[in-house]
Design a binder for this molecule. Structure first.
Ligand code: BGC
Length: 415
């Protein structure tokens, strides 16, 4: 078994030179994506810029992630302060992930109705965080390009999800609600972080899925500036789909067994939904015959299990802990290289400091993950590494969505 583990350790290793190649490829894909050319990075404008911290109001936020659906009432005080006045979290029933589209949207609308009743809400301005690749034409509309994170519901790709939500709200008797903003979770996280303090210019999600966004100068975009909200507009990279990473045989096997082979390649090497499965596939290959039976069921090992295991000090964990570290720390190194790529894109000579808001269970949940990212940033940037700071923005996207609503209500700032 030692030999097999040695081999796994080699094929999951990424040298510094590999990371520099990844950064170069990232820049090429970013440039193509921004010009609207064929690229694995979609570079989607979010039709919103950064806030000033003076935005105010109370808003209802809906947040559909990969695992949970949350409804929240958020108050922005106009002085960089925000309060979650009420919050309800619900697991998205697994059967809805591949069922009829009306069932999903009616479920969301029903939860909103219950939340408004339970919390006696009078507010009517709504924001919808929809954490899947969206092609937006305004802040309040967006067409789903394709499902990710295991969702396969037919009839949603190619459709405006704001319209589908409005229809469901109407069926639920909630047509008085006004959908003011539709946004990605990365965008929500960046808005929340920069509402609370100046200096943030990138947000990253390292959770069930992975992605990032940053503010881009409008002059670097190929469409008319008058359609955009400010000098800079937030770009959603959809970096989970980046496809120029060195894949090994386990990555290829995992990819071939997903509903979307060939897509979301980086996500399948980095994000929480897939890391447990990579560990399982390796174990099936290297563990003793007697142990293999426990790993027969696809996706039976979750990132959460492995994080708990990685935190134990017991010697009895067998090879699983060692394998898990190899898989999770490769993820951390890729994430760190991708962050450095985006920061270098914004600031090629690295002259300024950059605060990066990061959310998602991997970043703080897996022991050593954050430290591995920080170590990799130092490896790549040397003495300039101190200019990059990674901050945990815990569940900030809902606050950011409220900020997006407030920005929408200021016509000069966004639309
Ligand atoms: C989605 C992104 C999202 C990320 C994190 C990915 O699967 O495509 O839109 O931001 O997950 O939730």
């Amino acid at each position: 078994m030692r030999d097999s583990l040695e081999r796994v350790s080699q094929i999951f290793a990424l040298e510094t030179s590999d990371l520099h190649c990844i950064i170069k490829a990232f820049h090429e894909e970013m440039a193509l994506g921004l010009r609207g050319k064929q690229s694995s990075l979609k570079m989607l404008p979010a039709y919103v810029g950064l806030p000033t911290g003076t935005e105010r109001g109370t808003y209802i936020v809906l947040d559909m992630g990969g695992t949970n659906f949350r409804v929240a009432k958020i108050l922005l005080d106009g002085k960089r302060g925000a309060r979650i006045e009420a919050l309800k979290r619900q697991k998205i029933p697994p059967k809805l992930r591949g069922g009829r589209r009306e069932d999903l949207f009616d479920f969301l609308a029903h939860q909103v109705g219950l939340f408004l009743l339970d919390n006696h809400c009078q507010e009517t301005s709504l924001a919808f965080i929809f954490s899947y690749p969206l092609e937006q034409r305004s802040l309040s509309s967006g067409v789903l390009i394709r499902w990710t994170k295991g969702f396969t519901i037919p009839g949603v790709e190619g459709e405006d999800v704001a319209f589908l939500l409005r229809e469901a709200l109407r069926r639920e008797g909630l047509s008085h609600l006004q959908l003011k903003a539709l946004l990605n979770d990365t965008v929500g996280t960046l808005l929340a972080a920069s509402y609370s303090a100046p200096g943030f210019d990138m947000a990253v999600i390292l959770g069930t899925g992975t992605n990032a966004c940053y503010p881009e100068s409008v002059t670097r975009l190929p469409f008319p500036p008058e359609r955009l909200p400010a000098e800079k507009v937030i770009i959603n990279l959809e970096w989970g789909n980046f496809n120029r990473l060195p894949m090994n045989e386990y990555d290829t096997l995992l990819d071939s067994q997903t509903p979307n082979p060939g897509e979301q390649r980086m996500e399948k090497m980095v994000s929480g939904l897939y890391l447990g499965e990579l560990v399982r596939l390796i174990l099936l290959n290297v563990a003793r015959e007697t142990e293999k039976t426990s790993y027969k069921k696809p996706y039976c090992l979750t990132s959460h299990h492995l994080a708990t295991l990685a935190a134990t000090t017991s010697q009895k964990t067998g090879p699983i802990k060692e394998i898990s570290d190899l898989v999770f720390f490769r993820s951390a190194r890729i994430a760190a290289a991708a962050i450095v790529a985006v920061v270098n894109w914004m600031d090629p000579d690295l002259q300024n400091s950059h605060a990066i808001a990061i959310d998602g269970a991997l970043f703080t949940g897996y022991p050593g993950y954050r430290e591995k990212m920080e170590e990799t940033v130092r490896e790549l940037l040397g003495e300039k590494a101190h200019l990059l700071s990674l901050h945990h923005e815990k569940e900030g996207s809902a606050i950011g969505a409220a900020v997006a609503c407030a920005l929408r209500e200021l016509p000069a700032k966004s639309f």
